[in-house]
Design a protein around this ligand. Sequence first.
Ligand SMILES: [Zn+2]
Length: 333
Amino acid sequence: MATSYKELGLVNTKELFAKAVKGGYALPAYNFNNMEQLQAIIQACVETKSPVILQVSAGARKYANATLLRYMAQGAVAYAKELGYAIPIVLHLDHGDSLELVKSCVESGFSSVMIDGSHLPYEDNIKLTKAVVDYAHGQKDYVTVEGELGVLAGIEDDVVAEHSSYTKPAEVIDFVKRTGVDSLAISIGTSHGAVKFKREQCTVSPDGVLIPPTLRFDILEEIEKKLPGFPIVLHGSSSVPIEHVRTLEKFGGKLKDPVGIPEEQLRRAAKSAVCKINIDSDGRLAMTAAIRKVFAESPAEFDPRKYLGPARDSLKALYAHKNREVLGSANQA
Ligand SMILES: [Zn+2]
């Protein structure tokens, strides 16, 4: 039996994006696949009074079980209330790749979906996206759809792209008009994962931090001019904070040339038509660094709560910081 997201207490992105574009901030889109991540997201967003998009990838559904995730999202709504502030919560499919997957998510209570046809030839991307839009908008309760134009490099669960190609501003009006999408993910130089660029593409700061090439704000501005007020989405927008990388390395972790998108550039993007920013790798880093620290400092510890607890706290602090200082979504719920 199909469940509508409204029965779960969730909302779609329509009004939230309209407010975010007007208000010059972006909504956080945080991925989750387990309880501690969900607790951290809800705690941080209630504390900062921020609306939130809970993101689930196909990989996360496989990992955690689709039924459990649906009840966890419903639980998140009740948990926020219990913490004292009923923030708007969206349950969103990240990188959907077929109409079948979208249907399965919508029937289990998702309020928003992404259909990623960006790797397909242009006309095939339109065809797939339009089929998803027709289905999602035709539901009793309108489900919002995010499409994608342009290809991001990097690795995200099952999504792998060797080479990026920037979104072509000339295509956006045609794409949005013909598909009817509610928002559009674009490629302006962000990238999935914690190793976003090759060392030779970056400059090096005095303390040894790799600084990537600046985002293509010129492309973003051109798109904004063509589609005034239309909600734009940035994927692959982790900043790979150096303090978490250093903790990870201090306690035995190893990352080859980690590099993220500087937070000031994301802040600048959030003030424009960008109204959803996806952050996943930073959370993975924060949790893993915290867990490595406990393992190294307290080798006799074997109660999972003793390492998952600190990992959760570190994640919560990271997300509260993002809402306040990077996205500008704090106090917008
Ligand atoms: Zn993505």
